[in-house]
Design a protein around this ligand. Structure first.
Ligand SMILES: NC(=O)c1ccc[n+]([C@@H]2O[C@H](COP(=O)([O-])OP(=O)(O)OC[C@H]3O[C@@H](n4cnc5c(N)ncnc54)[C@H](OP(=O)(O)O)[C@@H]3O)[C@@H](O)[C@H]2O)c1
Length: 436
């Protein structure tokens, strides 16, 4: 299909562009600027501004098979209704899809209800006050022969962006992770690449007049997201609850209310009916050891294959951390190669061979995490060969609640990893206490 995409330069639009192209579609990007933007993977570019609906006349040519409208609302309901009219009128009577992007904030606080579905009534918070009206206007196009569809994303994360990036920046700025409003606030979340695949599914096969929640995890405690954002920012401190009135000073009252909104929203309908598969790591994992904490990579070309290897290496190091923190000797030993691994501990003890490492681990690990443990972050990866990597890790001592023990030095583990039978394992390891 030739798909007209508004908001194509944005956070979600960039991912949607890639996934549409990967599925064999051609993206015609509607941009405010006429400046060509090579390298974005667009088939063509047309100029238009949703603040000026008249500028959209002519964007939906007879060659356009589908429209995905991702550009944000203008703040004026009449303008936004006029935008919907400009973009849908040329599709009338064609049965072609028009996919409108709304958001789960139109549901308001979900209260006691768990995993609210698309049939729940809307009760929008002020920041999206008139958006349900736009949704209804879009869906009414079904009667005019448009395959009108609404997608409501949760809080979008991944690729180091979206609202979670704000939590990371704030943690860095304030020296402590923050969350807003009440202690138990939860956000429905979705990985930006999973969401992009939902847009592809919606444009390809959602029925006219349908609404879909783009939600991978229905209710993630924001306190956990804040802690993970602190980790991404290198701030190992307890998350701090910021009252909404105080948050309003930093973000404005409307956005502060949205950040403090407690919701539990289900994305199951799209999984069942559209065959959508949200498979990316969850929001907490992504913040802890994914795109919000870039790794320096040497010796391999930029690209998805290297990204996948680095992600696998990070998972291995996360396994080291998990096994240490939970005193799981077998899982810890599972990160080593069976054949002749060597390990020099932070205190200079040399261990040679799997059996020696196993004996030592089973002796020292039980009880080791009772008062102090550690977090492990991959900082640099040098691919010596495609299947051999030298990895610099930062190891920081923490209390069992994850806060930094400031009077103990950090460690600088160095691992030589080998990829065998599709899995990375430690062939040689050396830890050094940092004395700077
Ligand atoms: N991010 C989330 O967590 C989330 C969650 C739920 C719903 N949503 C909704 O998803 C949509 C996209 O969000 P996003 O996070 O990708 O936003 P974003 O990164 O800010 O991108 C916005 C895009 O819209 C374009 N745009 C802005 N004003 C425009 C105008 N007047 N005319 C034409 N294009 C305009 C921007 O183009 P320029 O390059 O010209 O600036 C950009 O491509 C929005 O409707 C948002 O409300 C987002």
């Amino acid at each position: 299909m030739k798909v007209l995409l508004t908001g194509a330069t944005g956070y979600i639009g960039s991912a949607v562009t890639e996934h549409l192209a990967a599925a064999g579609h051609q993206v015609v990007a509607l941009t405010r600027s006429a400046e060509p933007q090579p390298g974005r993977g667009w088939h063509a570019q047309v100029v238009g501004d949703t603040a000026d609906p008249a500028s959209l006349a002519g964007a939906v040519t007879p060659e356009i098979d589908a429209v995905i409208h991702l550009a944000p609302p203008s703040g004026d309901a009449d303008v936004d209704i006029a935008v919907i009219e400009a973009l849908t009128t040329p599709l009338r009577g064609t049965g072609r899809p028009f996919v409108y992007t709304s958001g789960v904030w139109v549901l308001g606080a979900t209260g006691e209800a768990q995993e609210v579905g698309e049939d729940a009534p809307t009760d929008p918070i002020d920041i999206v006050g008139y958006r349900p009206r736009i949704e209804r206007r879009v869906l009414a196009e079904t009667a005019e022969g448009v395959r009108a569809v609404v997608v409501r994303p949760g809080i979008v994360y991944g690729r180091g962006g979206g609202i979670p990036a704000i939590l990371v920046d704030r943690a860095r700025l304030q020296g402590a992770p923050e969350y807003y409003g009440e202690e138990g606030v939860r956000w429905p979340t979705v990985h930006v690449d999973d969401l992009a695949e939902l847009f592809v599914a919606a444009v390809e096969r959602a029925e006219a007049g349908t609404v879909w929640h783009g939600v991978g995890e229905s209710a993630v405690p924001v306190r956990d997201l804040a802690r993970a954002a602190g980790r991404a920012a290198g701030v190992l401190a307890a998350p701090r609850a910021v009252p909404v009135e105080q948050a309003a000073e930093a973000f404005g009252a409307l956005f502060a209310d949205a950040l403090a909104l407690d919701q539990s929203v289900s994305g199951a309908a799209a999984v069942t009916a559209l065959g959508w598969r949200p498979v990316r790591p969850g929001a907490v994992a992504e913040l802890m050891s994914g795109s919000y904490r870039p790794v320096e990579v040497f010796g391999a070309p930029d690209g998805p294959e290297t990204d996948a290897e680095v992600a696998a290496i990070r998972r291995l190091v996360a396994e080291v951390e998990h096994a240490q923190q939970n005193e799981l000797a077998d899982r810890f030993l599972g990160v080593f190669r069976q054949e002749d691994p060597v390990w020099t501990t932070g205190h200079g003890r040399r261990l040679s061979g799997f059996e020696e490492i196993a004996t030592f681990t089973r002796k020292v690990l039980p009880g080791a995490a009772a008062e102090a443990t550690a977090v492990y972050d991959v900082e640099r990866v040098l691919f010596l060969r495609p299947d051999v990597a030298a990895v610099n890790v930062r190891q920081q001592p923490v209390r069992p609640d994850g806060t930094r023990i400031t009077d103990r030095p950090e460690g600088r583990p160095f691992y030589v990893l080998v990829k065998e039978d599709g899995a990375w394992r430690i062939g040689a390891a050396q830890n050094t206490i940092a004395v700077d």
